[in-house]
Design a protein around this ligand. Structure first.
Ligand code: S3P
Length: 171
């Protein structure tokens, strides 16, 4: 079994949870979605933002990320998790995959009230503009999810992970 920690980062609605779940299955690794961990312990994310504020959410998120990164597996983190300096440091030791998506592809994906920082396409674009260079600086591999079938995206990432691990094993 692979003993890597693969972390999926990227903007809201890039498909981190969907791709992460499938990738974990493909590589036979455990899967953790840190947003789901936070929700299971503390309730819905919009309520945490509204009642306790974003800094409190970021603190809960950091705890969930730190725990998730301590074991081999596939970890999908919320779009803002990489803003935390400790998480940026932790990612140096992981295989970091950035999922990108074009604005044209996300309108349907953001049409729900699950994301307090993303209320429409404009707020999504603003958030991505602020973060895109940070995302790129942390990524070891980038895959765009705008139009290809999920199986093709998962296969491409799995191939990269397997190749990277074979090369590391040979060193
Ligand atoms: C956030 C992204 C969300 C969630 C929270 C904050 C962000 O996760 O963690 O609403 O700051 O980008 P997704 O990226 O899974 O939507």
């Amino acid at each position: 079994m692979l003993t890597v920690t693969i972390v999926l980062i990227g903007p809201p609605a890039a498909g981190k949870t969907r791709v992460g779940k499938r990738l974990a299955k493909r590589l036979r690794l455990p899967f953790v979605d840190t947003d789901a961990v936070i929700v299971s312990h503390h309730g819905p994310i919009p309520a945490i933002f509204a009642e306790l504020g974003e800094p409190h959410f970021r603190m809960l998120e950091r705890q969930a990320v730190e725990e998730a990164l301590s074991e081999p597996g596939v970890v999908s983190v919320g779009g803002g998790a990489v803003l935390h300096p400790d998480t940026q440091n932790d990612l140096v030791d992981a295989s970091v995959v950035l999922l990108t998506v074009k604005p044209e592809a996300i309108a349907a994906r953001i049409a729900n009230a699950k994301r307090p920082l993303v209320t429409d396409l404009e707020s999504w674009k603003r958030l991505v503009a602020q973060r895109s260079s940070l995302y790129a600086s942390l990524a070891d591999y980038t895959a765009d999810t705008s139009s290809r079938p999920i199986d093709a995206i998962v296969e491409e990432i799995a191939h990269w992970i397997e190749t990277r691990n074979t090369e590391e094993g040979q060193r």
